[in-house]
Write a protein that binds this ligand. Structure first.
Ligand code: DAH
Length: 346
């Protein structure tokens, strides 16, 4: 067979094989098989050493051309294979943007958190700072320094979870009065202390063994009962609406003197009388009073110089009234049907 024919056969065979190559590795093998040191092509080139000049010229250039063509076939197939891989990947990663999306459940701010934030905003607007303290409290701060010594009958009103003889889960946020005054050492006080409180009550529609309160305390020179009334009037109007009436009734708390209970005209009936206000037209929302001289003295404030007022608000109660929720336990059940009603109201 002539060398021209041999070269043509090599080229044809290479072309066929390269066309069928399935990956880079087989292409590399074919490359060394057809163009490497031991390839038929190289063998032909070697025989040229003894050939005539004429033959060297013709067969030499034909061999080079064959080699270049084989390289071109290899390169072409390599690109084809690469494109096929990319195609396959694109096909497998294709996203159908018309498919409906999976529904993600979006949470909402809990009605109690919402109420806390609203009340805090109102008092921060009046210049109060927020104070927080421990839920495990000493008997000293929870009772004794609030003018409720051991054996005092007022302790019966707040059945307590004792941890040791002198440690308990706080029954009220009022110990924050003592803590704040001891910390400020005779400086004026204006704080709002929100937090969890605990009592050994049986859970029912209006009682929970764990609930939340706000404690407010203002201590300064020349503080009078009218400051307390003005403050609470403003709070009620901002929180529950301008049209509500507020009334102060004499009451008793050991740590305030005089003490009051604050009622607002019924949200539901406007004061005419209904089941919500037990036909009285009024709803009790908080306890308050002028800080008892014993409490001031005990915390290092001279009652001859300083006066103060304090108030305590039940957070659940405020939220129940505000949103017409009739069972305190609803706050702790995490039932979507209640929580979803507060969505978007943030
Ligand atoms: N600590 C009282 C309670 O839990 C509420 C209270 C009443 C707080 C009068 C006060 C206050 O600061 O002055 O029943």
């Amino acid at each position: 067979m002539s060398k021209e024919n041999e070269l043509k056969e090599i080229l044809d065979a290479a072309k066929e094989k390269i066309k069928d190559a399935i990956d880079d590795a087989s292409l590399n093998e074919l490359r060394s098989f057809y163009t490497g040191k031991k390839s038929p092509l190289t063998e032909i080139l070697k025989t040229l050493a003894t050939a005539s000049i004429e033959e060297k010229k013709i067969i030499g250039s034909l061999a080079n051309e064959t080699k270049q063509k084989i390289e071109a076939f290899l390169q072409e197939r390599r690109l084809e294979l690469q494109n096929a891989i990319i195609e396959k990947k694109l096909r497998s990663e294709k996203i159908d943007v018309t498919l409906p999306s999976k529904k993600i459940k979006v949470g909402s701010i809990h009605p109690l958190t919402k109420t806390i934030e609203e009340v805090e905003d109102i008092f921060i607007g009046m210049g109060y700072t927020i104070a927080e303290g421990p839920e495990v409290e000493t008997d000293l701060y929870n009772f004794e320094m609030l003018n409720v010594p051991k054996g005092h009958p007022a302790r019966d009103m707040q059945d307590s979870f004792y941890i040791t003889e002198n440690l308990l889960l706080r029954t009220q946020t009022s110990p924050m009065q003592v803590r704040t005054m001891l910390k400020l050492k005779g400086e004026p006080v204006k704080i709002l202390a929100p937090g969890k409180t605990y009592r050994r009550d049986d859970d029912d529609a209006t009682h929970s063994h764990q609930f939340m309160q706000f404690e407010g305390l203002v201590v300064d020179k020349n503080i009078t009962m009218s400051d307390l009334k003005g403050t609470l009037n403003l709070f009620v109007q901002k929180m529950f609406g301008d049209s509500l009436k507020v009334r102060f009734k004499p009451s008793y708390f050991p740590f305030t003197e005089p003490s009051v209970e604050v009622d607002v005209s019924c949200f539901k009936c406007g004061g005419v009388g209904c089941n919500m206000c037990k036909q009285s037209g009024w709803i009790e929302i908080l306890g308050a009073g002028m800080v008892h001289p014993n409490v001031l003295k005990g915390a290092g404030y001279d009652p001859e110089v300083y006066q103060g007022f304090a108030f305590g608000i039940g957070i659940e109660r405020a939220a129940m009234l505000r949103h017409g929720i009739d069972d305190i336990r609803n706050f702790y059940l995490n039932d979507d049907r209640l929580l979803n009603q507060f969505k978007g109201e943030n």
